[in-house]
Design a protein around this ligand. Structure first.
Ligand code: NAD
Ligand code: UDP
Length: 315
């Protein structure tokens, strides 16, 4: 049956793919975005679809609509962008969650929160399981995002406990793919753009810090499965690819796959940059019957082809 679905942050990297998938599956989608890091270009191809609607709106302000499901993705995700206006980032996570949870409560909609592996901070246990409470510096430069997302999780579980709101919390680990903004500042887009432009690759620190990279299609599969999972499974659930790489290995792979002549330059490691990150996805496997299918080499090739197809002249 056709569902009416609200996607906040729907003009962003993950949100625009989610809108596309939900429309393909026969749903009606309302995309809400303030275009801070998202772009109209990401959804322009959807505007002709009579079941798609784009609304410019900032979720720090209340929003009224009748829908069956809400995916709450609105929030800048790249460290450069979320640190640009730290207070606004906190407002988006916290006031945005309050507004969307209030809406879900009133209209009886199911609501999914796009949370993050950043709730684990610079983790002391490895890989990270959902039962780990995290290691976050509350006054550091990443705190506006980490603590904002942690508070949003707290709001979600309490709207569930107190008001019986039908919630889902998903902790997303580093996800990449076509439609990342070339100026986004995240590592995969930075390295690919640098390689394609023949510039040196900027490695922060010694490059020995690790991340586990998930291709966007796998992530969106997991997100839709989580939204439609049984009611008493609220999460949080980790969704990501457990294959772990050092950032140096990523740089070398991007150079190899692009045939770039780029060298590697070392720049200072930003403060509080997590040293390791790898999801334990046992819970997602068990509850959602989900695991990623696309490994880094294949996903990077698709992403490189995307960046080759767009105009990088002014980047
Ligand atoms: P993105 O920056 O491309 O998308 C975020 C979208 O939210 C943008 O379109 C932006 O304009 C919009 N937005 C920001 N503040 C808003 C506000 N106040 N009101 C309305 N819209 C607003 O990032 P993304 O990678 O697509 O991330 C989507 C979500 O997934 C975010 O909540 C992010 O925290 C979460 N997440 C992503 C990753 C990842 O690796 N991509 C990892 C963990 C969590
Ligand atoms: N990074 C890097 N060079 C860049 C961009 C990022 O070495 O040009 C590093 C960054 O310091 C971090 C890792 O890559 O250790 C992932 O960074 P990103 O901003 O993509 O995500 P996050 O730190 O939030 O996982």
């Amino acid at each position: 049956m056709r569902k009416k679905i609200l996607v906040t942050g729907g003009a962003g990297f993950l949100g625009s793919h989610l809108c596309e998938r939900l429309l393909d599956e026969g749903n009606e989608v309302i995309c809400v975005d303030n275009f801070f890091t998202g772009q109209k270009q990401n959804v322009v191809h959807l505007l002709d679809n009579p079941y798609f609607e784009m609304v410019r709106h900032d979720i720090t302000m209340p929003f009224f609509i009748e829908v069956d499901q809400i995916y709450n993705l609105a929030c800048p995700a790249s460290p450069i962008h979320y640190q640009y206006n730290a207070i606004k980032t906190i407002k988006t996570s916290v006031m945005g969650a309050i507004n969307m949870l209030g809406l879900a409560k009133r209209i009886n909609a199911r609501i999914l929160q796009a949370s993050t592996s950043e709730v684990y901070g610079d983790p002391e246990i490895h890989p990270q399981t959902e039962s780990y409470w995290g290691h976050v510096n509350p006054i550091g430069i990443r705190a506006c995002y980490d603590e904002g997302k942690r508070c949003a999780e707290t709001l979600f579980v309490n709207y569930n406990r107190q008001n019986n709101v039908d919630i889902k919390i998903m902790r997303i680990f580093n996800t990449y793919g076509p439609r990342m903004h070339p100026n986004d500042g995240r590592v995969v887009s930075n390295f690919i753009v640098q390689a394609l432009k023949g510039r040196d690759i900027t490695l922060y620190g010694d490059g020995m810090q690790t991340r586990s990279f998930c291709y966007r299609d796998d992530l969106i599969d997991g997100m839709i499965k989580m939204m439609n999972s049984r009611t008493d499974f609220t999460g949080p659930v980790n969704v990501g690819n457990p294959n772990e790489f050092t950032i140096k290995e990523l740089a070398e792979l991007v150079i190899e796959l692009t045939n770039a002549k780029s060298g590697i330059v070392y720049e200072p490691l930003p403060s509080d940059d997590p040293m390791q990150r790898q999801p334990d996805i046992s819970l997602a496997k068990k509850e959602l019957n989900w695991e990623p299918k696309i490994q880094l080499r294949e996903g990077l090739l698709k992403t490189i082809n995307y960046f080759k197809s767009i105009d990088l002249t002014n980047i």
